[in-house]
Design a protein around this ligand. Structure first.
Ligand SMILES: O=C(O)[C@H](O)[C@@H](O)[C@H](O)[C@H](O)COP(=O)(O)O
Length: 325
């Protein structure tokens, strides 16, 4: 029963190999972003750097730097949190690819497997650099195991399907073994699909593909790459929804999602927050209020403000999304 769900849901896709090497980062990449590393456990500022050429952008970056530093001083959770701000989405995408490729390298070498969870939405577009040289050629795709933090309960070829989004923009371009791609069973109801996905995860824990957090007892994914909605939701955990408080189940269903379509399944916070590493990727001025509330813990803190990771949480922001920090 448990093993059936994993293998039956494997999806076939092709993987062009397009070898190239000797890539170096565009010069603008290293000059036009700023970093604020936070170790709130030690309550200590660890590293920070800004460099940008040009008066207007320098001033903007300086202001953002000051504001990011304020965020750092307000951090209270016991986790390592870093806020990266980019003045070009292109540079954000390169850095996100590097972040993911470095983790892939580390986990593939250390444990022979890399468990990666993605959201839907614009995140998939932000991952586009991973399927280009040099990353696409250097990553050990055969060791990847690919999951969704949430999925809409629609057929896999439906325009709303997060599987389809990831397949078209990512999976169809890399050579992850089809058996390592864990899509939901779209022939089930939302509730049954959530139970089925949880059963699948339990099977993967038993077979040591998925680790277990020693702290929480929940599954510990190597990395989650997540987007955030303008209301501050992550996965399908929406502001004020009771599912945000679920503390036993790993995967739950929702049939009244305020963001269409209404029927979805989603990982719960205990699973999300047991991850080793999390990237929260947020772009656009429409999300600035939610970024502010989540990071500064002001007003009604949205679900994104409850995200934490066991090793490191990194916020990848463009300047408009960081504009209220
Ligand atoms: O299935 C979903 O709806 C997503 O997983 C959801 O959590 C998404 O990541 C955010 O809504 C951000 O989406 P955008 O980046 O497109 O705004």
């Amino acid at each position: 029963m448990a093993s059936s769900s994993c293998s039956l849901r494997s999806i076939l896709f092709s993987s062009p190999t397009n070898l190239r090497s000797n890539y170096s980062l565009p010069t603008s990449f290293s000059r036009n972003h700023l970093t604020c590393s936070v170790s709130s456990t030690a309550s200590r500022f660890e590293s920070f750097s800004v460099s940008s050429i040009g008066t207007g952008s320098s001033r903007r970056l300086f202001n953002t730097r000051r504001k990011v530093l304020e965020v750092r001083s307000m951090a209270t959770t016991e986790q390592k949190q870093r806020v990266e701000t980019y003045n070009q989405e292109e540079n954000l995408a390169v850095d996100l690819a590097k972040f993911t490729a470095d983790l892939s390298d580390k986990f593939c070498k250390e444990r022979g497997a890399f468990t990666v969870v993605v959201s839907g939405g614009s995140l998939i577009k932000s991952l586009r650099k991973l399927v280009e040289p040099p990353f696409v050629d250097s990553i050990d795709w055969a060791r990847w195991h690919f999951f969704w933090v949430d999925e809409r309960v629609v057929p896999k070829d439906h325009e709303d399907s997060n599987y389809k989004l990831a397949y078209d923009g990512f999976l169809s371009k890399v050579s992850i073994p089809p058996g390592n791609v864990y899509a939901i069973n779209d022939s089930l109801s939302a509730e049954a699909a959530a139970d089925d996905y949880e059963t699948c995860l339990k099977h993967l824990v038993k077979t040591n593909i998925l680790r277990t957090s020693e702290t929480t007892g929940f599954p510990k994914f190597d990395v989650m790459l997540l987007g955030m909605g303008p209301d501050g939701h992550v996965a399908s955990l929406f502001p004020g929804h009771g599912l945000c408080n679920e503390n036993k189940k790993w995967v739950v269903s929702i049939t009244d999602s305020p963001k269409p379509p209404p029927e979805r399944i989603t990982f719960t916070f205990p699973v999300i927050n047991s991850s080793a590493h999390i990237a929260l990727v947020v772009c656009g001025s429409g999300k600035a209020d939610a970024v502010q509330a989540a990071l500064k813990k002001t007003g009604n803190v949205p679900p994104a403000g409850s995200v934490s990771a066991e090793e490191e949480l990194v916020w990848f922001l463009d300047i408009p999304a960081a504009s209220k920090l």
